[in-house]
Each structure stands twice: as structure tokens, then as C-alpha cells.
Write a protein that binds this ligand. Sequence first.
Ligand SMILES: Cc1cc2nc3c(=O)[nH]c(=O)nc-3n(C[C@H](O)[C@H](O)[C@H](O)COP(=O)(O)OP(=O)(O)OC[C@H]3O[C@@H](n4cnc5c(N)ncnc54)[C@H](O)[C@@H]3O)c2cc1C
Length: 430
Amino acid sequence: MQPGPSRIAIIGSGIAGLTAAWLLRKQAEVSLFEAGPRAGMGAYAVDYESRGSTTRIDIPLRIFCRGYYHNLLSLYQALGVRAIQSDHAGVFADEAGRILLHYGTLRAGGLRLPYLKPESVISPRAWRLAAASRRFFRQVKSDAKAGTRFRDLSFADYLDSLPTPRDFIDNALLPVLSVTCTCDYASVLRYPADIMIDYLAGGIHDFGVMYAEGGVDNIVPRLLEGTRLHTNAPVETVFPVPQGLRVQLRDGRDEDFDHVIVAAQAHQAAAMLPAFTDHVPQLRLIPFERSELCIHTDGRVMPDSIGPRSPVAYTLPADRKRAQVSVDMTRAFSRFRRQAPVYQTWHPLIDIPPERELARASFTRPVVTRESRPAVTALQTLQEQPGNRLWLCGAYMTDRVPLLDAAVQSAMRVAGGLGAGIPWSDAGGD
Ligand SMILES: Cc1cc2nc3c(=O)[nH]c(=O)nc-3n(C[C@H](O)[C@H](O)[C@H](O)COP(=O)(O)OP(=O)(O)OC[C@H]3O[C@@H](n4cnc5c(N)ncnc54)[C@H](O)[C@@H]3O)c2cc1C
């Protein structure tokens, strides 16, 4: 770093860009450029009015758990944002609404204790699935200790090496992982085995999930403290000039900076960095998938059940490509308890009537493959070169499942590379 505050541009205000801005705010003049009309992390939140009250719905929900999300939890703690437990117990049904497995969760001493709901108590298949789940998570935890042993295997190879029943893999594990990774079952199976094992052993099974109190509206303003945010400011290109890097917006305006952090996704970064011929081929090796989320009040996404239904419904598709996953917000999150049912459905398989739809959003999300890993390593090596001015961060820039924690971790590493102090220790994971 040069003496005096440097001028830093950050492109993209998802959680990675926002975290980098917050970490660098005391030592640099930070300008944050966002293509959309609002900070990216809160770009799609909508208000839901029912029964005389209005509640803000985050899209997507942005849940996390103890165990795997050390960096995110440390960030929220530093910001003064509380993490609250939510109920994400599930019901798995086919497209005709026939229930295969329905479980609830009790909580004891911070731990999550699953139990079978009535229609599953009388189903031998559900008991077999529950037993397979217990054995699988025991195995995964023991394999997580074996470190790099599974590095050269795909998740499909790993599953083939276990005695785990296909019924559990196809009708419970893959539907859950397809929404966690927001990609097709086939892409889940192509994930490097050690990355998936690390995630599965990380705590999701033991502790269940949490969300941030107040959602993105409580987080984004705190992360923006001390930063100049430019919305509706899509960046066209970044290129070197003698004294630093020039950021050129799509509307023709430009500005020079000492350093530029590109915190957009890999394919978006590749499009704005044609001058960086070492980076672009590596960025193009990082695949991504597109998916849709719909917020609505169409109760047909949940199967009928005997007694209270669990909040998350997995509809298993006949084509075995990706599940439809619906969260009943009023059952999952305490702040919606007094409202009429409202659902967030990932990858809707049914047509939701427009009058029942509150919002619909399309997302892209990186996928990790055995081929994308060396590309990320190469990009990390490029930004460790002395005199480097171009930095990349985002959930794809770690060797982990690209979730919120990976995005925060990538921002910590870039901010650390630019000399910022990080108020907590990096949990590693790469
Ligand atoms: C449907 C869905 C549900 C998810 N649920 C969860 C969850 O519950 N828990 C969890 O841990 N993770 C979840 N994730 C993953 C999580 O959302 C991502 O890991 C995280 O958003 C990645 O943040 P990021 O900052 O790297 O990228 P992004 O959030 O993609 O941010 C990139 C930003 O860059 C901006 N941008 C792009 N191009 C330009 C340009 N040319 N100029 C200016 N700005 C630009 C974009 O508008 C965007 O705001 C989910 C993902 C999806 C798709």
C-alpha cells in the first residue's frame, strides 16, 4: 500500500463487496459500484402485507448454521446483528403430493433432535430413510477428519463408495443439496467430494439453521458505513492506466483508482476484464447455473399432511433434475407467525397464478467442479503478485461451497491483502 489513504473501487455489492468495503472503510476511500438500483445483498427484498401487518421478506432467505459459518457469524457479531434459530424441518413428497418422509425437530441444549411425523411413523420406508440419514451423517463426520483423502474424488464417486441406500441419496440428500447449492442434482454429484463432506460435517445436521435478526435491512446499512455507494452504476470495463486502474461505467463515465476489487460473480468479472488476459481464461473455467425463486401465497406447493406440516417441502421431480423447494415462511420464521401463509419457492415446478405471486427473481450461482478448483488457485496466485492492483472476491473465490461464509472469507482475504486488520481470525476451510 502507498502512504496515505488509497482510493479503492469495489464493483458489486453482494455480501462479498459489502464486507470488503466495511473492512477497508477506516484506511481507504472506498467507492462501491452496483449495477442494480439497490445494494445487491438487499436487491430483491419485498414487503408482505397481511392481517394488518407488514413484514419484509428477504430474497433469498440467507440462512446459515453454527459450525460452517464462522466468518459470517463473526462478521454479524462485529456488526451487532443477532443470529436467531429457525425451524427448517422438512417433508419430502412426489409431484402428486404423496409423502415419502416427514420429520419435525425438537431442540435440546442447542442441538437439533429430528423425529418422524405421523404419516412417517407408520411408514417402514420413512424409518429406513431416517436410519440411512443417521448412518450417513456419522460416516461423513468420520470422513471429514481424513482431510485430503477425498480430494480427487467427485461427490458421486464418494457416494458410490458407501453402503448408503439409493433411496436416501436420490429422494432426500440430493434434493436438499440441490437447493443448498442451487444447482441440478448432476452438478451436486460433480462437486469435489472433500468440499461436500466438509459442508455436510460442518454442523447443519447437528445444529439446524439460523437467520439474521432484521434480515438484510438490518445488515446492509451497517456494512455501508463510511462507503460511497453508487447504484444503477453497471461497470463496463476495468483497465490499467499509468497511475492505477480506470473503472469505466456503461454510461461512459470513468474514474481512476489505486486498487479495484471486482466482487461480481466470475462470469460477470470475465466480461468486464478483457484487458486482463491472464485472469479471463481462469474466470471462464468457473461454471454457474441459473435458477428462479418465487414468493407467493399458493398453498399447492405444500403437500397435505396429518397434523401440523413441517416448514420446508421438497417436491421430488419425475425427471430427477432438481427439486422444487418451498419454505412456509409463517412456520419457519417467528416474525411471520401472525401472518397469512406465504411461501418462498425455489425452482417452481407448478404454474403459480400471477394474482398469488408477490415477487419472482432469477439468480446465477457458481458451481464448484474438480476443474474449477485450479482456476481459483491460479486467480489467488495472480492477486498475490507484488504490485497487484486488481483483486477478485466473491463466494466463488474460495475452495468451499459458495455460500455466504465463503463470500465473507474471500472479502477478508482481499481486505487483508490490502492491509486491513480483520477483527476475527479466518476459520480457514481452504
Ligand atoms: C436462490 C439462492 C438462495 C441462496 N440461499 C442461501 C442461503 O440461504 N445461505 C447461504 O449461505 N447462501 C445462499 N445462497 C448463496 C449466496 O446468496 C451467495 O453465496 C452470495 O450471495 C454470494 O455473494 P457475492 O457477493 O459473492 O455475489 P453476489 O451476491 O452475486 O453479488 C454480486 C454483485 O455484483 C453486482 N454486479 C454484477 N456485475 C456488475 C457490474 N458489471 N457492475 C456493477 N455491479 C455488478 C451484482 O448486481 C451483484 O449485486 C443462495 C443463492 C441463491 C442463488
